[in-house]
Design a protein around this ligand. Structure first.
Ligand code: HEC
Length: 146
């Protein structure tokens, strides 16, 4: 299933036309974000030894996903509901604010990659900056499902 979603994503992203399933598309990107962040959070907590290569691979993956996050394509009118979306109506009410949050996420992941952390202290700073985006955007633009 996941492979199928990714295959569909690749085709959809290549096309300039509207996405067939923007909800699945944006959720697939977010799932990938979740998986990647988890892969390095133990390092940030000091539960796993620092590994510069592993960290850089993960930061690059987060940045790739962030840069793919095209608000117009992934949150078109009409995709407010449907599927099991947890996107908040605020995204459409305050699109400029949402775009700003996306831009900040893009900038922070890109700068974490350029920083290319060489030790744990440096990594913790970059990880903190990147991870803050997840919580603050979800808080403002995602509804919690009970
Ligand atoms: C600019 C806003 C924004 C940022 C930044 C952001 N997210 Fe999200 N995230 C969303 C929205 C909106 C949804 C709901 C998408 C939907 O259900 O349509 C979501 C959904 C998710 C989901 C659930 C996906 C699913 O299967 O339904 C996960 C997991 C997730 N985000 C992880 C992360 C992680 C980890 C980060 C940080 C590395 C992050 N997000 C950063 C806006 C954001």
């Amino acid at each position: 299933m996941r492979r199928l979603i990714l295959a569909i994503s690749a085709v959809a992203l290549a096309a300039t036309a509207a996405l067939a399933d923007p909800i699945s598309e944006r959720q697939a990107i977010m799932k990938s974000n979740g998986k990647t962040l988890k892969s390095i959070s133990a390092i940030a907590k000091g539960e796993q030894p620092f590994d510069a290569d592993k960290v850089l691979v993960a930061l690059k993956a987060l940045n790739d996903d962030a840069q793919k996050f095209d608000v117009q394509k992934l949150f078109p009118d009409g995709s407010q509901t449907g599927g099991d979306t947890t996107a908040s109506p605020k995204i459409w009410e305050d699109t400029a604010g949402f775009q700003k949050a996306v831009d900040k996420f893009k900038a922070d992941t890109a700068s974490a990659v350029s920083a290319s952390p060489a030790d744990l202290d440096q990594f913790k700073i970059e990880f903190g900056k990147v991870a803050k985006n997840c919580g603050s955007c979800h808080e403002a633009f995602r509804i919690k499902k009970g």
